[in-house]
Design a protein around this ligand. Sequence first.
Ligand code: GDP
Ligand code: MG
Ligand code: K
Length: 297
Amino acid sequence: MNEENYKSGFVAVIGRPNVGKSTLMNNLIGQKVAIMSDKPQTTRNKIMGVLTQKDAQILFIDTPGMHKPKHKLGEYMLKEAEGSLRDVDVILFVVDVTAEMGAGERYILDNLENVRTPVILTVNKIDKIEKTKLFAIIEKYTAQFKFAAVVPISALDHTNFEGLVSEIKSHLEPGPQYYPEDMITDQPERLVIAELIREKVLHLTKEEIPHAILVDIEEIVTRPNDNLYVRAVIYVERDSQKGIVIGAGGRLLKDIGRLARGDIENLLGSKVYLDLWVKVKKDWRNRPNVLKSFGFE
Ligand code: GDP
Ligand code: MG
Ligand code: K
């Protein structure tokens, strides 16, 4: 893996029920899917699947709540959904080419107007219509909204998956591979949360702390009120680094926690209580057992 050219990012998959979102995820990601749906739902925005390639890793997230609210809670959910749509890199708006564009689609498009994230119109089920009719259908959508791209696919037949993936990649920025390629885990969220915290530490400490840190998520618990409790430990190599990360009066650690918590909440759509600790683990990089205990081989 060439780290400098590696891209990664989050993609929200939205669209009315039955347009083929699940079929797309299952067939696009196949064996490599890290499905969380059969686990108790800890978050509103679930990670649906992870697509790992040589040059990129794409994390697909599910964003419920993008439908016309019928009550106050619905409005709240919609705000949350809009918030998470701002934080992803790309939105896949999946539509069914055999169904008329309806109020549901218009409603989603209206709400996407306020979200700056690029939207790819993913026109699904093209196996069911004649090619000559496709253009007129697409035009109805493009007349309503300025899409970053329009990609016709058949999720069922695997048609044009390459086109879709390369379009997604063109909107991703350089980033880490969040998940080991073949990792099978019941909690892929752990790695993403760890990476977000790590990113804040490196950002706020500038060059003072080189890449000598490791973040371990010791515990994630969903509280009865649906809030998430996360206990994380930032491991550094030396006592002096511990002092830097904590900062005078604990101020820097507080900032790290605040920023990381904001990102985690945006990403997962749950309120988060982040319990952050800093510990010294000497020379962890040179000790294979330590690396192993963090999931590195
Ligand atoms: P979701 O509610 O958006 O997740 O939609 P599903 O993935 O559950 O699909 C709804 C129905 O549409 C299922 O019966 C799928 O088999 C069917 N479907 C999904 N994608 C395609 C496609 O590309 N072509 C055809 N012909 N049917 C599809
Ligand atoms: Mg589905
Ligand atoms: K963004």
